[in-house]
Design a protein around this ligand. Structure first.
Ligand code: ZN
Length: 686
């Protein structure tokens, strides 16, 4: 592991700036901490609200991520009020948190880390705590005492596993007092603390101690094959992906039994090494590596060995059976350890491993599912290293229970990830690069949904996805180039959708083209093109969407973007109006056929959305001005003036209607057309 310290040469940096710099270095190393894990602190002097110098401990607030740490991610606490606590004999978690909240320099609702007192009781200025894979690999072995004292001697003492809290803080303090030469302390099944008189010193020691562990592991792995490939019939990568995509909606159906969830699929080489090995089935069931791992991946993953990987219906049945068994085992484990002060949590697995295919990870949103994936990939690494050294040993079942049902950790999880009315929902939008599709995608993303953006314009959807992901984080948006008229492309896109997010809740079938011209002058190719995009495109996309929704058995919503031209067609726009009428008729038939499956299908009929639209090309503008007998520069105003409300229709107006039809607010509505057109006189003749 590389020491990345390259302190910016800036004399204006204060202690808190250096803490932020140090924290980001730790946070950017996934072999040390994963999202939200680990913490850092510094002891300094600050002026309080009275303007008086006060000793302060700045410590990471609960749930903050070291990777993106900024000054606001650290809470200041009055150190002189924390230190005397070391004389107490015991303190409950609740009392400790209340006490910490009263010591805060600036009262806020942010909680300091549960490990605050460990930092406070270490006498040195700077402290760093990580869940280093290499350190955890050493501690999660049967011969840990021997291994640790061989490598570190008295320089880095260790403490047996204990849930973080007041007692652990006291034990850490006591160990430091009796080992004055120590530079760090190892917590069994948990991680590493180091300290120093400067942030650099604490960081340097962290890297040095981790490096000693890594070197030891590298020597142990030398020439050893830890995971041996099981000789079973296997699929090509692309076949395995297709098979996984087909099985995914069935898995989603099961894991959504209590709350809506998403899942994502992974088959990277390290993951496959483990999943396809002889040893994986036993090793995977031993237990979690650390409390942090438990929190994201639960006590163990589901492991399913399929009888026949090519037999889809049998595979679905076997996976379903395995998930059901997992849930009943989870309930038994809960009953064995609970005192009934905490109700049972969601019993669904966070990780599902299937030899020959790969790994699914699950979560309430893609952020949680990707963290579970990351955490399990690091668990595999820890299992491998610990097995090379000796024999992998996990947290005990009782300790895993204590962690998962610990109010302090439950608090941390509720902080993670903002939600919205569509969080946990998966939406596919066609024609998402411009105009209405773009506005719809942005509105869904702002409401918490995962948006799978398709279009033939790669640049358009790529930039929209980056924009959404920058604002909302964590692969909320995923761009995929798809021509709605090409059945093979549509199939590939839906396969990718399942592997990326796990299924589909809402389809917004929007892609369309304009085809102007009077019928007697219209070229057959233009007529056919209009029908292939505006009618057949909707058919191909809706067909796939319905198949997935029916397998999931979670209902679903489809919103078709029609047009005002359907109830009220315009002259010299025949191919467009006719093909869009076919689309709307298709939507109504889908509503009839799928109501029984709880799938609602509705239509929004907008009028003339110019803003950012690709449909209103220069040619179309020219032709429509001619058809309406208005100057081309007056065209937009013409459309405004012809509606009753004299309203300019925007993409956001249409998006609001789409979100309404896709939400539970319209749960009793299907097969309807909702106009967003400012009101038209002849509408009363409909
Ligand atoms: Zn920790």
């Amino acid at each position: 592991m590389e020491n990345c310290w390259n302190e910016p040469n800036d004399s204006k940096l204060d202690d808190l700036d250096l803490l932020v710099y140090q924290s980001q270095l730790i946070g950017n190393n996934p072999d040390l901490v994963l999202t939200g894990g680990g913490n850092t602190a510094i002891k300094t002097v600050q002026k309080d609200f009275r303007g008086l110098n006060t000793s302060v401990l700045f410590v990471k607030k609960s749930g903050a991520d070291l990777k993106t740490a900024c000054r606001d991610d650290f809470v200041g606490l009055r150190l002189d009020e924390l230190k005397p606590l070391v004389a107490h004999t015991d303190m409950l978690d609740r009392e400790m948190i209340d006490y910490l909240m009263h010591c805060m320099l600036n009262p806020t609702t942010d909680r300091p880390s549960i490990e605050t007192l460990i930092h406070a009781f270490i006498p040195m200025k700077s402290t760093v705590h990580s869940h280093s894979d290499a350190i955890v690999s050493l501690t999660n072995t049967k011969k840990k005492q021997e291994i640790l004292s061989n490598i570190y001697g008295h320089r880095v003492p260790y403490i047996n596993y204990l849930l973080p809290g007041f007692s652990l803080s006291k034990i850490v303090h006591g160990t430091i007092v009796s080992n004055p030469e120590a530079h760090g302390i190892i917590l069994i099944n948990h991680g590493l603390f180091t300290w120093g008189e400067t942030p650099k010193e604490a960081y340097d020691r962290h890297i040095e101690i981790t490096n000693l562990a890594e070197q030891h592991i590298t020597r142990a792995l030398l020439g050893k094959k830890i995971f041996n490939i099981k000789r079973t019939p296997s699929l090509e990568e692309s076949e395995a992906k297709s098979q996984a995509a087909i099985l995914t909606p069935t898995i989603r159906k099961l894991i959504c039994s209590e709350n809506s969830m998403v899942l994502t699929f992974n088959m990277d080489p390290d993951c496959l090494d483990f999943v396809n090995s002889e040893e994986g089935s036993d090793l995977s069931q031993i237990g979690p590596a650390t409390p942090d791992h438990t929190l994201h991946t639960k006590i163990k993953p589901v492991w399913v060995t399929l009888t026949d990987i090519n037999n889809q219906s049998l595979a679905s049945k076997e996976i379903s059976e395995a998930i059901k068994n997992y849930r009943s085992d989870y309930a038994k484990w809960y009953e064995a350890h609970t005192d009934h002060t905490q109700p049972i949590l969601d019993a669904n697995p966070r990780v599902i491993l299937v030899p020959g295919l790969g790994m699914w990870s699950t979560g309430k949103d893609i952020r949680a599912a990707l963290i579970a994936q990351d955490v399990y990939r690091h668990t595999i690494k820890v299992i491998k290293s610990a097995t090379a050294l000796d024999e992998y040993v996990s947290l005990s079942e009782a300790s895993a229970y204590q962690v998962e049902y610990w109010p302090m950790e439950l608090h941390k999880l509720t902080l993670a990830g903002k939600s919205g009315p569509f969080s946990s929902k998966i939406v596919l939008i066609t024609g998402a690069a411009h105009g209405i599709g773009r506005a719809v995608a942005q509105s869904f993303a702002s409401s918490g949904a995962h948006v799978f953006l398709t279009d033939i314009d790669a640049k358009g959807i790529n930039s929209l996805a980056s924009q959404i992901n920058e604002t909302h984080g964590y692969r909320k948006a995923f761009p995929f180039v798809m021509d709605v008229t090409d059945e093979a492309q549509v199939a590939t896109a839906f396969e990718r959708l399942c592997l990326t997010y796990g299924g589909l809740d809402i389809l917004v079938s929007n892609a369309g083209i304009a085809a102007p011209g009077p019928i007697d002058e219209l070229d057959l190719r233009d007529w056919n093109k209009a029908f292939s995009v505006n009618a057949t495109g909707h058919f191909l996309v809706a067909k796939k969407a319905i198949q997935i929704m029916k397998t999931q058995e979670l209902g679903g919503n489809i919103v078709f973007i029609g047009t005002r031209n359907v109830p009220s067609p315009g002259a010299e726009f025949g191919a467009y109006s006719s093909s869009k009428a076919a689309e709307v008729q298709l939507a109504k038939v889908l509503a009839l056929e799928n109501a029984v499956h709880g799938i609602r299908v509705n239509i929004v009929n907008p009028d003339a959305v110019f803003e950012g639209s690709n449909l209103w090309s220069a040619d179309v503008r020219k032709q429509r001005s001619k058809a309406h007998g208005v100057d081309i520069h007056q065209l937009e105003d013409f459309y405004v003036q012809r509606n009753l409300l004299k309203a300019k229709i925007t993409g956001d107006d249409v998006a609001r209607a789409v979100l309404f039809l896709a939400s539970d607010d319209s749960s009793k509505t299907t097969g309807t057309m909702l106009p967003v057109d400012g009101g038209i006189k002849d509408a009363f003749l409909r």
